[in-house]
Design a protein around this ligand. Sequence first.
Ligand SMILES: Cc1ncc(C[n+]2csc(CCOP(=O)(O)OP(=O)(O)O)c2C)c(N)n1
Ligand SMILES: [Mg+2]
Length: 325
Amino acid sequence: MALGKEQMKTLYRNLVRADHFDKMMMNRIMQGKLIGFYHPGDGAMAAGVGASTFLGENDILNPHHRAHGMAYMAGKGIDVGRYLAEHTGKADGCCGGRSSFHWSFPEQKVYGASGFIGWHFCPVVGWGWASKRKGNQVVLMASGDGSYGQGGAHEAMLSAMNWKLPIIFFCENNGMAIHSTADDMHPMPDISSLAQGYGMPAVVIDGQDVFAVAETVIAARKHALAGKGPTFVEAKTVRLREHDVGTPDLARAEPRDPEYLEELKQRDPLVLATKRVLAEKVLTQKQIDKIIKEAEEEVVVVEKFADDSPIALPSIEELQAGVYA
Ligand SMILES: Cc1ncc(C[n+]2csc(CCOP(=O)(O)OP(=O)(O)O)c2C)c(N)n1
Ligand SMILES: [Mg+2]
């Protein structure tokens, strides 16, 4: 199903916003204004924006950790001020400023990240069951190529397929997991071939093309809502920088080839999307300039909100309220 012009405009705007948020996070970690780490997402924001922009209000979203889920936040309409306050250790953060990048927005059914890669493969089956029973929602569970070596991934795919659960397994395959390459960790070039082993519909798409990602996820969502079960969507994307700021950028213990990284930069999602919206007369250059200006202004507002918020100083009782075991 081809996207309408309004949908393309929304996607373009969200991609610009996500790109600005990622740059804001990079600046802030360099200025010592973030607690914890930052896993940069530049050149790789289209997958999350495309996957999340047309999710329904009831849908459950589990974003990928790259750019700390920023691409998905921009798409899902999350309060980025509260998100940044969380990363800044402030009381107005979405989890009271205690989590850094292991945050969540439970009210919006956005279940964020944990320190364990692949942690979501067991909960996703429960989220899938809950969604099936309610009948009006799906689950979008995003993760990277690096998580599909986990045993739980296979239990989740098998259960989801057997029970026809409304889950979209959305894999951002950037070919890397810290210093390990996907080639070394997976015998097949496409991670989605694992899902085919369970008879699950599996699609490989260009993760640099925000429009292609959105079209595919819209179709997978429709499939899930019709009771037809899960879909595996593999978005091929890139990692332009080190895994997280400060970690050496190595592949198999060798520095990554700068020429190869230059090559990857040629397919920047924003450049591709800009060409297309201009060529198809979805937006004029003047409208694009306005979108960029609004994104710049939004960053100023978001940063001010986080900076003005008081430092999180939870009491012992408040801290214990979040401990389950
Ligand atoms: C169970 C577990 N093993 C290892 C790690 C260390 N670790 C953190 S991120 C990461 C790589 C993740 O790669 P991928 O899922 O492909 O996402 P990407 O960072 O490439 O976007 C690893 C191995 C971890 N956090 N949890
Ligand atoms: Mg990866």
